[in-house]
Design a protein around this ligand. Structure first.
Ligand code: ACO
Length: 457
């Protein structure tokens, strides 16, 4: 028997709820259910702590919806990904990156006029402040480009003071458009700087993807020729990375933004989170792994390592927190990968190795049982490599594509009446309260010393 109702949510009816019973006291509470337009039912625990004094424990948020959103829908069991309702496969086939940006950011596909205005807005912000270009010279030439991205994007807030007031919607828009516009320039400059080449000027007569390619690969002494297959491939890669709902980097952007931090700082935080090998850094890790495996005869050995609980090695590019089926982006990426390699006439042993590895893993009991399929990063690295991108730039390409998603979630969060500063709780396992011990009276005989012990956890 329930004796309390926690939430006043209107979509919860007498039977559309859950009952939480504290078996220690026999007390129970009704927790309202929430149902989105599609997807799983949720237990609304917003008022749980206030009403019951009880917290929930969910490391990695595997069972927790941290916000409500209308941007992207994923059905991981069935391999479905929709942006504003449109399947990713259709967007990758028919849309351009700019159009997808408009859709993700503003909710609808644009009319020709809206698209024209949006294109012009973005193109109006592709240049970097000249002094920002000199910022690069503070970095070592061999700095990882993601380190430069984190620094330079964060530094935008020191250059564009006219767009850091988050309470002004014109400034919010300006910051959002600036970030989308400047990311290819910032990323390409990180690469050019590593080569010691001059910083190229963005070309506003080109599409977003073409301009990115020309800034990456142009030689100031020569005319840069656009290869239509490559420009289509880069547009697809950007579209496939545009958004992916509440992943680690997007949640980081939302969490940073929830305190009212300026948008440039929030996106820099997202870039930092994306860098990790369990997230956007996986595409770089896939290539490193393929190089390490080397030849198909070594695949068995590495698959065995990946299955060994005592070995930290994982097959990079396999598995996903949400997809327990084939990642729909990976299917498009796989097709694009073959197209690019064929047009460029590349017979890359890394691709052959990847295909073998995919086959072996997909037929292996361990991977089948744990529903570990190749993810988008498994193929993106191979395409980018074939196009001439150095491995260290792979995650930068991901960041450029994902910026629109980060910015769209930041915008949505600021417009949400439910929005609060993100402040998770914890399950405390440390010492109980104790009194300070003078240095000379401390017990130093135990094994709790030495850096290894202190860091092992
Ligand atoms: N190779 C071998 N085993 C794996 C792999 C893998 N790539 N991925 C997961 N597993 C195993 C885990 O060891 C675990 O086994 P257990 O149940 O016996 O403990 C089980 O599968 C579940 O794995 P979790 O880490 O609990 O799953 P989670 O959802 O937390 O992790 C993640 C998802 C991080 C993507 C993981 O699959 C992984 O590390 N993959 C490799 C890195 C990668 O490709 N990342 C890119 C993600 S996609 C993106 O960011 C665009």
């Amino acid at each position: 028997m329930s004796d309390k109702t926690i939430s006043d949510k209107t979509n919860s009816t007498e039977t559309d709820n859950f009952t939480l019973t504290d078996n220690a006291t026999g007390k129970s509470w009704n927790l309202p259910a929430q149902t989105g337009v599609m997807g799983n039912r949720l237990v609304d625990i917003k008022k749980l702590y206030g009403e019951t004094g009880t917290l929930t424990y969910d490391p990695g948020f595997t069972s927790t919806a941290s916000c409500r959103s209308s941007i992207t829908y994923i059905d991981g069991e069935n391999g479905i990904l929709l942006h504003r309702g449109y399947p990713i496969e259709q967007l990758a086939k028919h849309s351009s990156f700019m159009e997808t940006c408009y859709l993700v950011l503003y909710g609808e596909l644009p009319s020709p006029e809206q698209k024209g205005i949006f294109d012009a807005e973005i193109k109006g912000h592709t240049l970097l402040h000249d002094q920002l270009s000199s910022f690069y010279h503070g970095f070592m030439r061999n700095a990882h480009p993601m380190a430069i991205m984190v620094g330079v994007v964060g530094a935008l807030s020191a250059f564009y003071h006219d767009s850091i007031d988050i309470n002004d919607i014109t400034q919010r828009r300006l910051a959002a458009h600036r970030l989308i516009a400047k990311m290819p320039t910032i990323g390409a400059y990180a690469y050019k700087y590593s080569l010691g080449m001059p910083f190229p000027t963005p070309r506003n007569d080109l599409t977003y993807g073409e301009n990115l390619l020309q800034m990456m690969f142009c030689n100031p002494a020569e005319e840069y020729e656009i290869n239509p297959t490559l420009s289509r491939a880069i547009e697809r890669i950007l579209i496939l990375h545009a958004d992916h709902e509440q992943n680690a980097s997007t949640s980081t952007v939302r969490l940073a933004g929830s305190s009212g931090a300026n948008p440039y700082a929030c996106i820099a935080a997202g870039i930092a989170s994306l860098w990790g090998p369990a997230h956007g850094g996986a595409n770089e890790a896939v290539l490193k792994m393929l190089n390490e495996i080397g030849t198909p005869d070594k695949i068995g050995e590495y698959v065995k390592k990946a299955k060994d609980k005592n070995d930290p090695f994982r097959l990079m590019g396999f598995g996903h927190r949400v997809y327990k089926n084939y990642d729909p982006r990976a299917a498009v990426m796989r097709e694009t990968c073959h197209e690019v390699l064929e047009v460029l006439g590349i017979h890359d042993p890394a691709l052959q190795l990847a295909m073998e590895l995919e086959k072996v893993a997909l037929e292996d009991e361990y991977f089948i049982k744990k529903k570990l399929y190749p993810n988008v990063d498994f193929y993106s690295g191979i395409i980018l490599k074939a196009m001439g991108f150095p491995t260290s730039m792979f995650t930068v390409m991901f960041a450029i594509g994902r910026t629109v998603g980060w910015v769209a979630h930041w915008k949505e969060m600021l417009q949400d009446a439910d929005q609060k500063i993100g402040r998770p709780r914890q399950l405390y396992l440390g010492s109980k309260q104790r009194d300070y011990v003078a240095m000379g009276d401390r017990d130093i005989s135990d094994k709790k010393s030495g850096w290894t012990w202190l860091w092992k956890g």
